[in-house]
Design a protein around this ligand. Structure first.
Ligand code: SF4
Length: 283
Protein backbone atom coordinates (compact mmCIF):
# COMPACT_ATOMS: atom_id res chain seq x y z
CA UNK A 1 0.00 0.00 0.00
CA UNK A 2 1.35 3.47 -0.84
CA UNK A 3 0.17 7.02 -1.30
CA UNK A 4 0.51 6.40 -5.04
CA UNK A 5 -2.45 4.03 -4.80
CA UNK A 6 -4.64 6.71 -3.28
CA UNK A 7 -7.72 7.78 -5.19
CA UNK A 8 -9.93 10.78 -4.69
CA UNK A 9 -13.64 10.54 -3.96
CA UNK A 10 -15.56 13.09 -6.01
CA UNK A 11 -18.95 12.68 -4.34
CA UNK A 12 -18.66 15.83 -2.25
CA UNK A 13 -16.49 18.96 -2.01
CA UNK A 14 -14.30 17.42 0.69
CA UNK A 15 -12.64 15.39 -2.08
CA UNK A 16 -11.08 12.84 0.30
CA UNK A 17 -7.87 11.29 -1.03
CA UNK A 18 -8.14 7.67 0.09
CA UNK A 19 -5.43 5.05 0.22
CA UNK A 20 -6.54 1.42 -0.17
CA UNK A 21 -8.56 0.42 2.87
CA UNK A 22 -9.13 4.03 3.98
CA UNK A 23 -12.55 5.41 4.80
CA UNK A 24 -13.56 8.99 3.97
CA UNK A 25 -14.57 11.78 6.33
CA UNK A 26 -18.22 10.83 5.92
CA UNK A 27 -17.46 7.28 7.15
CA UNK A 28 -19.74 5.92 4.44
CA UNK A 29 -17.36 5.72 1.47
CA UNK A 30 -13.96 4.16 1.17
CA UNK A 31 -11.25 2.84 -1.09
CA UNK A 32 -11.89 -0.88 -1.49
CA UNK A 33 -9.41 -2.68 -3.74
CA UNK A 34 -8.67 0.45 -5.73
CA UNK A 35 -12.22 1.72 -6.20
CA UNK A 36 -14.28 4.22 -4.25
CA UNK A 37 -17.16 2.23 -2.83
CA UNK A 38 -20.30 3.29 -0.95
CA UNK A 39 -19.72 1.35 2.27
CA UNK A 40 -23.17 2.37 3.51
CA UNK A 41 -24.89 0.76 0.51
CA UNK A 42 -27.80 -1.35 1.73
CA UNK A 43 -26.88 -0.82 5.37
CA UNK A 44 -29.95 0.44 7.17
CA UNK A 45 -29.80 1.73 10.74
CA UNK A 46 -33.29 3.20 11.00
CA UNK A 47 -36.66 2.19 9.57
CA UNK A 48 -39.93 3.98 10.31
CA UNK A 49 -43.17 5.00 8.69
CA UNK A 50 -43.38 8.77 8.98
CA UNK A 51 -46.00 11.30 7.93
CA UNK A 52 -44.65 13.33 5.01
CA UNK A 53 -45.21 16.43 7.15
CA UNK A 54 -42.41 15.16 9.44
CA UNK A 55 -39.80 15.12 6.67
CA UNK A 56 -40.80 18.04 6.53
CA UNK A 57 -42.90 18.39 3.38
CA UNK A 58 -45.77 20.82 3.79
CA UNK A 59 -47.22 20.93 0.28
CA UNK A 60 -46.72 17.46 -1.19
CA UNK A 61 -49.29 14.67 -0.81
CA UNK A 62 -50.54 15.91 2.60
CA UNK A 63 -51.84 13.16 4.86
CA UNK A 64 -49.64 10.49 3.29
CA UNK A 65 -46.82 8.54 4.89
CA UNK A 66 -43.48 7.23 3.67
CA UNK A 67 -41.27 4.31 4.59
CA UNK A 68 -38.28 6.22 5.95
CA UNK A 69 -34.80 4.69 5.81
CA UNK A 70 -31.54 5.89 7.31
CA UNK A 71 -28.03 4.52 7.18
CA UNK A 72 -24.88 5.90 8.82
CA UNK A 73 -22.45 8.68 7.99
CA UNK A 74 -22.47 12.29 6.92
CA UNK A 75 -19.97 14.60 5.24
CA UNK A 76 -20.90 17.56 7.48
CA UNK A 77 -20.17 18.18 11.17
CA UNK A 78 -23.04 20.36 12.34
CA UNK A 79 -22.52 20.55 16.13
CA UNK A 80 -26.28 20.72 16.68
CA UNK A 81 -27.03 17.47 14.79
CA UNK A 82 -30.13 15.74 16.15
CA UNK A 83 -29.13 12.44 14.52
CA UNK A 84 -25.47 12.26 15.53
CA UNK A 85 -25.85 8.68 16.79
CA UNK A 86 -26.13 7.57 13.15
CA UNK A 87 -24.75 10.51 11.17
CA UNK A 88 -21.44 10.86 13.01
CA UNK A 89 -20.46 7.19 13.14
CA UNK A 90 -19.32 4.53 10.71
CA UNK A 91 -20.09 0.85 10.33
CA UNK A 92 -18.76 -0.04 13.79
CA UNK A 93 -20.56 2.75 15.60
CA UNK A 94 -24.17 1.68 15.21
CA UNK A 95 -26.22 -1.44 14.59
CA UNK A 96 -27.29 -1.87 10.99
CA UNK A 97 -28.94 -4.52 8.91
CA UNK A 98 -28.73 -5.24 5.24
CA UNK A 99 -31.64 -4.15 3.08
CA UNK A 100 -30.92 -4.23 -0.62
CA UNK A 101 -32.95 -2.18 -3.11
CA UNK A 102 -35.17 -5.16 -4.00
CA UNK A 103 -35.94 -5.61 -0.27
CA UNK A 104 -36.82 -1.92 0.02
CA UNK A 105 -39.16 -2.01 -2.97
CA UNK A 106 -40.78 -5.22 -1.72
CA UNK A 107 -41.35 -3.82 1.78
CA UNK A 108 -42.75 -0.58 0.38
CA UNK A 109 -45.09 -2.53 -1.90
CA UNK A 110 -46.34 -4.62 1.04
CA UNK A 111 -46.88 -1.56 3.24
CA UNK A 112 -48.69 0.27 0.44
CA UNK A 113 -50.94 -2.78 0.04
CA UNK A 114 -51.80 -2.62 3.74
CA UNK A 115 -52.38 1.14 3.71
CA UNK A 116 -52.58 3.11 0.44
CA UNK A 117 -51.71 6.31 2.32
CA UNK A 118 -48.16 4.89 2.48
CA UNK A 119 -46.99 6.26 -0.85
CA UNK A 120 -43.29 5.51 -1.09
CA UNK A 121 -39.81 5.59 0.37
CA UNK A 122 -37.88 8.43 2.01
CA UNK A 123 -34.08 8.47 2.15
CA UNK A 124 -33.44 10.42 5.30
CA UNK A 125 -32.07 10.64 8.91
CA UNK A 126 -28.33 10.57 8.07
CA UNK A 127 -26.98 12.11 4.84
CA UNK A 128 -28.38 9.70 2.22
CA UNK A 129 -26.22 11.01 -0.63
CA UNK A 130 -22.92 9.81 0.86
CA UNK A 131 -24.24 6.45 -0.39
CA UNK A 132 -26.04 7.95 -3.38
CA UNK A 133 -25.78 4.74 -5.37
CA UNK A 134 -28.18 3.11 -2.89
CA UNK A 135 -30.64 6.00 -3.25
CA UNK A 136 -30.39 5.70 -7.03
CA UNK A 137 -30.88 1.94 -7.16
CA UNK A 138 -33.75 1.95 -4.65
CA UNK A 139 -35.43 4.85 -6.43
CA UNK A 140 -35.46 3.04 -9.77
CA UNK A 141 -37.11 -0.04 -8.23
CA UNK A 142 -39.54 2.03 -6.14
CA UNK A 143 -40.69 3.79 -9.31
CA UNK A 144 -40.96 0.44 -11.06
CA UNK A 145 -43.52 -0.67 -8.46
CA UNK A 146 -45.48 2.57 -8.90
CA UNK A 147 -44.45 4.30 -5.66
CA UNK A 148 -42.75 7.61 -4.86
CA UNK A 149 -39.27 8.67 -3.74
CA UNK A 150 -38.56 11.35 -1.15
CA UNK A 151 -35.09 12.72 -0.40
CA UNK A 152 -34.08 14.60 2.73
CA UNK A 153 -30.53 15.87 2.34
CA UNK A 154 -28.10 18.64 3.18
CA UNK A 155 -27.37 18.75 -0.54
CA UNK A 156 -23.61 19.20 -0.17
CA UNK A 157 -22.67 16.83 -2.99
CA UNK A 158 -21.31 17.19 -6.49
CA UNK A 159 -23.35 18.28 -9.46
CA UNK A 160 -22.83 14.85 -11.03
CA UNK A 161 -24.45 13.11 -8.08
CA UNK A 162 -27.42 15.48 -8.04
CA UNK A 163 -27.80 15.13 -11.81
CA UNK A 164 -28.16 11.38 -11.50
CA UNK A 165 -30.51 11.47 -8.50
CA UNK A 166 -32.86 14.43 -9.08
CA UNK A 167 -34.86 12.90 -11.96
CA UNK A 168 -35.68 9.91 -9.72
CA UNK A 169 -36.94 11.95 -6.77
CA UNK A 170 -40.58 13.03 -6.49
CA UNK A 171 -40.16 15.32 -3.49
CA UNK A 172 -37.06 16.69 -1.81
CA UNK A 173 -36.34 18.69 1.28
CA UNK A 174 -32.86 20.20 1.10
CA UNK A 175 -31.25 21.95 4.07
CA UNK A 176 -29.91 25.43 3.51
CA UNK A 177 -28.12 25.74 6.81
CA UNK A 178 -26.87 29.28 6.36
CA UNK A 179 -26.37 31.85 3.64
CA UNK A 180 -22.78 32.51 4.74
CA UNK A 181 -19.88 30.67 3.11
CA UNK A 182 -17.88 30.91 6.34
CA UNK A 183 -20.58 29.10 8.32
CA UNK A 184 -20.56 26.25 5.82
CA UNK A 185 -16.76 26.09 5.99
CA UNK A 186 -16.96 25.58 9.76
CA UNK A 187 -19.43 22.72 9.20
CA UNK A 188 -17.17 21.09 6.62
CA UNK A 189 -19.44 21.99 3.73
CA UNK A 190 -19.64 24.48 0.91
CA UNK A 191 -22.40 27.04 0.36
CA UNK A 192 -21.90 27.28 -3.41
CA UNK A 193 -22.31 23.50 -3.76
CA UNK A 194 -25.54 23.50 -1.74
CA UNK A 195 -26.91 26.42 -3.76
CA UNK A 196 -26.12 24.52 -6.97
CA UNK A 197 -27.99 21.47 -5.62
CA UNK A 198 -31.05 23.56 -4.77
CA UNK A 199 -30.93 25.19 -8.20
CA UNK A 200 -30.83 21.78 -9.85
CA UNK A 201 -33.77 20.40 -7.87
CA UNK A 202 -35.71 23.62 -8.51
CA UNK A 203 -35.10 23.14 -12.22
CA UNK A 204 -36.30 19.50 -12.18
CA UNK A 205 -39.97 19.69 -13.18
CA UNK A 206 -40.80 16.21 -11.85
CA UNK A 207 -39.55 16.99 -8.34
CA UNK A 208 -41.38 18.99 -5.68
CA UNK A 209 -38.83 21.01 -3.67
CA UNK A 210 -38.93 22.33 -0.14
CA UNK A 211 -36.04 23.87 1.80
CA UNK A 212 -35.29 23.91 5.54
CA UNK A 213 -33.25 26.42 7.51
CA UNK A 214 -32.65 25.68 11.17
CA UNK A 215 -32.26 28.94 13.07
CA UNK A 216 -29.37 28.58 15.50
CA UNK A 217 -28.77 31.45 17.96
CA UNK A 218 -25.53 33.25 17.20
CA UNK A 219 -24.98 31.28 13.98
CA UNK A 220 -27.58 32.33 11.41
CA UNK A 221 -30.30 34.21 13.29
CA UNK A 222 -30.02 37.71 11.82
CA UNK A 223 -32.74 39.35 9.78
CA UNK A 224 -30.14 40.31 7.16
CA UNK A 225 -29.03 36.73 6.52
CA UNK A 226 -32.61 35.46 6.28
CA UNK A 227 -33.49 38.31 3.93
CA UNK A 228 -30.64 37.35 1.58
CA UNK A 229 -31.43 33.64 1.78
CA UNK A 230 -35.14 34.04 1.04
CA UNK A 231 -34.50 36.61 -1.72
CA UNK A 232 -32.17 34.12 -3.41
CA UNK A 233 -34.72 31.30 -3.16
CA UNK A 234 -37.37 33.61 -4.61
CA UNK A 235 -35.18 34.21 -7.65
CA UNK A 236 -35.43 30.47 -8.32
CA UNK A 237 -39.15 30.19 -7.57
CA UNK A 238 -41.32 32.23 -5.21
CA UNK A 239 -43.39 29.06 -4.70
CA UNK A 240 -40.58 27.11 -3.01
CA UNK A 241 -41.68 26.16 0.50
CA UNK A 242 -39.21 27.35 3.17
CA UNK A 243 -39.30 25.75 6.61
CA UNK A 244 -37.85 28.07 9.25
CA UNK A 245 -37.08 25.75 12.16
CA UNK A 246 -36.24 26.20 15.80
CA UNK A 247 -32.92 24.89 17.16
CA UNK A 248 -32.83 22.84 20.34
CA UNK A 249 -29.54 21.96 22.10
CA UNK A 250 -28.08 18.65 20.85
CA UNK A 251 -24.84 16.73 20.34
CA UNK A 252 -21.94 19.19 20.67
CA UNK A 253 -23.96 22.36 20.96
CA UNK A 254 -25.36 22.58 24.47
CA UNK A 255 -23.87 25.96 25.37
CA UNK A 256 -27.02 27.88 24.45
CA UNK A 257 -30.74 27.49 24.84
CA UNK A 258 -33.35 26.79 22.20
CA UNK A 259 -34.01 29.55 19.71
CA UNK A 260 -36.58 31.96 21.16
CA UNK A 261 -39.87 31.19 19.42
CA UNK A 262 -40.42 34.87 18.73
CA UNK A 263 -37.14 34.92 16.76
CA UNK A 264 -38.30 32.04 14.56
CA UNK A 265 -41.56 33.87 13.87
CA UNK A 266 -39.74 37.13 13.13
CA UNK A 267 -37.39 35.48 10.64
CA UNK A 268 -40.29 33.63 9.00
CA UNK A 269 -41.92 37.03 8.47
CA UNK A 270 -38.71 38.32 6.90
CA UNK A 271 -38.78 35.35 4.49
CA UNK A 272 -42.47 35.98 3.71
CA UNK A 273 -41.49 39.26 2.09
CA UNK A 274 -40.01 37.10 -0.71
CA UNK A 275 -41.74 33.70 -0.67
CA UNK A 276 -45.39 32.62 -0.73
CA UNK A 277 -45.01 29.55 1.48
CA UNK A 278 -43.02 29.89 4.70
CA UNK A 279 -43.63 27.45 7.56
CA UNK A 280 -42.26 27.48 11.09
CA UNK A 281 -41.12 24.23 12.69
CA UNK A 282 -40.01 22.71 16.02
CA UNK A 283 -41.79 25.51 17.89
S1 SF4 B 1 -18.47 11.65 0.12
FE1 SF4 B 1 -17.28 11.02 1.94
S2 SF4 B 1 -15.44 10.03 1.10
FE2 SF4 B 1 -16.37 11.19 -0.57
S3 SF4 B 1 -15.33 13.18 -0.55
FE3 SF4 B 1 -17.18 13.41 0.68
S4 SF4 B 1 -16.56 12.96 2.79
FE4 SF4 B 1 -14.93 12.21 1.46
Amino acid sequence: MSADDAIRCDTCPRGCLLEPGAVGACRARGNVDGSIVALGYGRVTSVAIDPVEKKPLARWMPGSTVLSLGSYGCNLRCPWCQNSSISQVGEDGVDWREMLPADVAALATRLHGQDPRMVGVAYTYNEPLVAWEFVRDCSVLVHDVGLKNVLVSAGCVSHTVVDSIAPLIDAANIDLKSFRAETYRVLGGDLATVKATIELFAATPTCHLEVTTLIVPGVNDTRGEMDELAAWLALLDTGIVLHVSRFHPAWRMRDRGSTPIIRVYELADVARAHLFHVCTGNC
